[in-house]
Design a protein around this ligand. Structure first.
Ligand code: PGA
Length: 254
């Protein structure tokens, strides 16, 4: 059985001082267990807070840090961007790729997602690939078409024989930051589609190694139910990850 992964995406919240305060309160609320070779609690602070997060986390391997977005180039005249190798040097081991806000607010395309996945893996960051349909796409019966297309594009960036598996997060766009959560049936269906597609495109062994997280209005009151759904290997939490007590309650559900 894959250990459950509890990930917090802070988005544009918590600068370095707030990051230090978060960790000291989080550790007074929750003692993470280390269940294997990979961390099971992941935090994605703003890039500028990664060094503060790395320092606050200290030597606890059970907490993994990640960057919320990378550029696919390793360096260059790209004002405002960060490369995978810079994220690694600042303490990140994971990278969110294709988050719905990147896709819908910043116009990120499937082709860019492929390049970012490839760049992350090249620099030894584990990509957490986000996929999910909009409300119109759901109403139009296009859930499978959309999430399979987004997953396929991301998989093009994963070289055959890549050492560490990627993670995938199913985040229906209409459930992000809205208080709306997908029903457990909707979640089971989407996660089943993604797992089958991973098997079809790669292999059963590959598919079994990929943790598929659910994201979209996860909070302490619904985390346990979502984590109990078939093929849900974890959660990606936005708003409710900003508060150390609420994130600790969600982590306890894992
Ligand atoms: P939310 O965000 O939990 O605030 O809905 C989830 C996400 O965007 O990853």
């Amino acid at each position: 059985m894959r250990p459950k992964v509890i990930a917090g995406n802070w988005k544009m919240h918590h600068g370095p001082s707030a990051t230090r305060r978060f960790f000291s309160r989080f550790f007074s609320e929750f003692s993470p267990r280390f269940e294997g070779a990979e961390p099971t609690i992941l935090i994605f602070p703003p890039a500028i807070s990664l060094p503060a997060a790395a320092e606050s986390r200290g030597g606890r391997p059970e907490i993994g840090l990640g960057i919320q977005n990378i550029h696919w180039e390793s360096k260059g005249a790209l004002t405002g961007e960060h490369s995978a190798s810079m994220a690694l040097a600042a303490g990140a081991r994971f990278a969110l790729v294709g988050h719905s806000e990147r896709r819908h607010v910043f116009g990120e395309t499937d082709a860019q997602v492929e390049l970012k996945v490839a760049a992350a893996i090249r620099e030894s960051l584990t990509p957490v690939v986000c996929v999910g349909e909009t409300l119109d796409e759901r109403r139009g019966g296009q859930v499978e078409e959309v999430i399979v297309r987004q997953l396929d594009a991301a998989l093009l960036g994963v070289p055959e024989g890549a050492k560490k598996p990627i993670l995938v997060a199913y985040e229906p766009v209409w459930a992000i930051g809205t208080g709306e959560t997908a029903t457990t049936d909707d979640v089971a269906e989407a996660h089943g589609i993604l797992r089958r597609r991973l098997t079809e495109v790669r292999s059963d062994g590959f598919a079994q190694g990929v943790a598929i997280l659910y994201g979209g209005s996860v909070k302490p009151g619904n985390a346990a139910d979502l984590l109990a759904v078939a093929d849900v290997d974890g959660v990606l939490v936005g708003a409710a990850s900003l508060d150390p007590e609420s994130f600790a309650r969600i982590a306890e559900s894992g």
